[in-house]
Structure formats: structure tokens, C-alpha cells
Write a protein that binds this ligand. Structure first.
Ligand code: SF4
Ligand code: MG
Length: 323
């Protein structure tokens, strides 16, 4: 009788298992109380729970407080130029579709200098998780008005109060062509943030998550008071939305039933002013993805390459039969 190699081997063959330490690197140098700390822990926990190999995971960022994120992840990382997280992340995903990509950007980085890239990244819909750390201010450069600063914000650029109305990142993203996943959460509700990032990681295209983030150094008044007030968060509830355990769900006092297939309702909810709606606004898993047309030959097994080539050829077959 022939024994298997494992039976013959006296050394136990442990299953590969990554712990939190495998995704950790260095000491995060954000201010005490900064929302970045809990976001970092949530992403590390999602990576661990999904057992993403650190060498197959990449965090890409632009410039800003949030963009220091790749330095603190024990994965590959790219700390890029201001506003340029999206093109770098799209390039990585297009060439290496086998990698897990997290794009980290801030309100200035994404919604101002990087706005053009934001639009096209949504349209290209390559599979990645985009985390917009939105603290409503330029924090790294010490308090200038950002595109999401509430009107009237006193800052170094507008000491008498900002003049223009802010961009609504959720409404803007919902209005872009080929948008496939839009969610919102807050750094101070860890259970919801963790569940949201986990759901985003499972989405087949680009998952855009706005994280309403506290900046106690420069925007203490914006979320400092409301972060302890459960009345200010409004949970979007649906069987296809973000799933919470009962204890976390019951902590919400305000709940709206919302089907994430309903784009019109998603847009209406994004304009609610007397609270912060958190949950899945919109999801469409069947939108076309540009990374399916990219390189299918690097970092893949022979079997995966074969499947990828066949699926690429299927695209041409379908297109030719429709023409
Ligand atoms: Fe965080 Fe604000 Fe400090 Fe930047 S300035 S690290 S966003 S608290
Ligand atoms: Mg900011």
C-alpha cells in the first residue's frame, strides 16, 4: 500500500496562516485620537480574516495624512504623488490582476487634485478597494479648506469661513458612469467599518468606501461631538447590504431600509443632512471591468493563465457575434 507524502513525513504540515502581525509594520505616526489608527486596524483585520498573502497585497496612496497608510502595512506599498493614487493603483491591477489592491486617498488627494483620476478609476471599475479618508480638511499641511470642508469652515486659507459649498463624495461617485459599489462608514464605529471594508473586498469591481474620519488636531468640531452620539448615525439596512451582528446593529437608533440596487434612493439618502447615513448605498456586481482586458500572464499559475486567456477570447467571441 502506498502512503501519501504527508503520512510518510513525521513533521506536521501546518496550514498557512497569517496573523495580525504579518500585516503590521512600524508605529503609525498619526496624532493620538486620529481616525487613521482604527482604519488601519480594520484593514489589517480584513486582510487577516481573508488570509490575503502579504506578498500578494498592495496598498497604494497619494499624499496626505491618510496616504502614510502603506508605511504601516506589512504588505507591498506605493506612497505616490498628490492625487495620483488612482492611476498607480489601476496600473498595478491592470498588470497584476492576481494582487489584492487597496487604494488609500484623502479628501484633498481624491476630490481636488486627483478628481480627474477619481472619475476615470470609477469608470474603469478595476477590482480594488478604495478607501477615502474624509476628515474635511487638509491635515498634513495643517488646516487648509478642502473640497469636502463644510461651508463656513474656519481654516488657514479661509480664516473668516470657507465660501463654497463642499463636494459630496458619495453623490458624486454615484453619478459617475459604470459605478459599481459605493458605501459609507465612520472610523468610530469599528464593527460597521470592519464589515463595510470586508464587503468591499468581496466586490468583483472597484469598491468605493468613504470613511468619515475624525481629525482631532484640526477638525475637532466637525465630528468630535457627534462621534459619541448614536442619534447622528443612520444605518442603511438590507439583506444585500452591510451585515452586522445583532449587538452592533441594535446600537443604531435610526435605521433606513434601503435596497442597494436602488440608485435613485441611494442618491436621495446621500443628501441627508441631519445625520450620517452608513451602509451600502449601491452595488451592481455585473458592470464591465477593465482589468479583465489587462495582462493575464504575470503572477498566475498555468491553470489561471489558461482560464484568463479563454475568458479574454470569450469577450471577443461575444463582441463579434453581436456585431
Ligand atoms: Fe490625523 Fe488630523 Fe493628525 Fe492628520 S492632522 S494625523 S488627519 S489627527
Ligand atoms: Mg483631509
Amino acid at each position: 500500500m502506498i502512503s501519501s507524502a504527508q503520512e510518510l513525513c513525521s513533521i506536521p504540515m501546518p496550514e498557512e496562516h497569517y496573523g495580525m502581525d504579518d500585516y503590521n509594520k512600524g508605529v503609525a505616526r498619526w496624532c493620538p485620537g486620529c481616525g487613521g489608527h482604527s482604519i488601519l486596524t480594520a484593514v489589517q483585520r480584513v486582510c487577516k480574516d481573508k488570509q490575503y498573502p502579504p506578498e500578494k497585497t498592495v496598498c497604494v496612496s497619494g499624499i496626505g495624512c491618510s496616504s502614510r497608510f502603506p508605511h504601516y502595512m506589512g504588505t507591498y506599498g506605493f506612497h505616490g504623488l498628490h492625487g495620483r493614487a488612482f492611476p498607480v493603483a489601476c496600473g498595478v491591477k491592470f498588470r497584476r490582476p492576481d494582487l489584492h489592491v487597496f487604494t488609500i486617498t484623502g479628501d484633498g488627494d481624491c476630490c481636488s487634485i486627483g478628481a480627474g483620476h477619481w472619475i476615470h478609476a470609477i469608470r474603469y471599475n478595476m477590482k480594488m478597494v478604495v478607501l477615502l479618508f474624509d476628515n474635511g480638511i487638509y491635515g498634513l499641511t495643517k488646516k487648509q479648506t478642502s473640497p469636502t470642508s463644510p461651508q463656513g469652515t474656519h481654516s488657514n486659507t479661509h480664516p473668516r469661513g470657507s465660501i463654497l459649498p463642499p463636494i459630496n463624495p458619495i453623490l458624486t461617485t454615484l453619478s459617475l458612469p459604470n459605478v459599481s459599489f459605493v458605501a459609507q462608514t465612520t472610523d468610530w464605529n469599528f464593527a460597521h467599518m470592519y464589515a463595510t471594508i470586508g464587503k468591499a473586498a468581496d466586490h468583483p469591481g472597484l469598491a468605493f468606501v468613504r470613511i468619515v474620519q475624525r481629525c482631532p488636531a484640526f477638525m475637532k468640531d466637525l465630528y468630535g461631538d457627534i462621534s459619541g452620539d448614536p442619534e447622528k448615525l443612520i444605518l442603511l439596512n438590507h439583506e444585500n447590504g452591510i451585515q452586522l451582528k445583532d449587538k452592533a446593529k441594535n446600537a443604531f437608533t435610526r435605521v433606513i431600509e434601503h435596497n442597494p440596487l436602488d440608485m435613485n434612493e441611494a442618491r436621495e439618502i446621500s443628501e441627508i443632512k441631519d445625520g450620517i447615513p452608513v451602509g451600502l448605498f449601491y452595488q451592481n456586481a455585473s458592470n464591465p471591468r477593465y482589468d479583465q482586458y489587462g495582462a493575464h500572464n504575470l503572477g498566475m499559475s498555468i491553470a489561471d493563465k489558461k482560464i484568463a486567456v479563454e475568458s479574454l477570447l470569450d469577450n471577443y467571441t461575444i463582441r463579434n457575434s453581436q456585431s
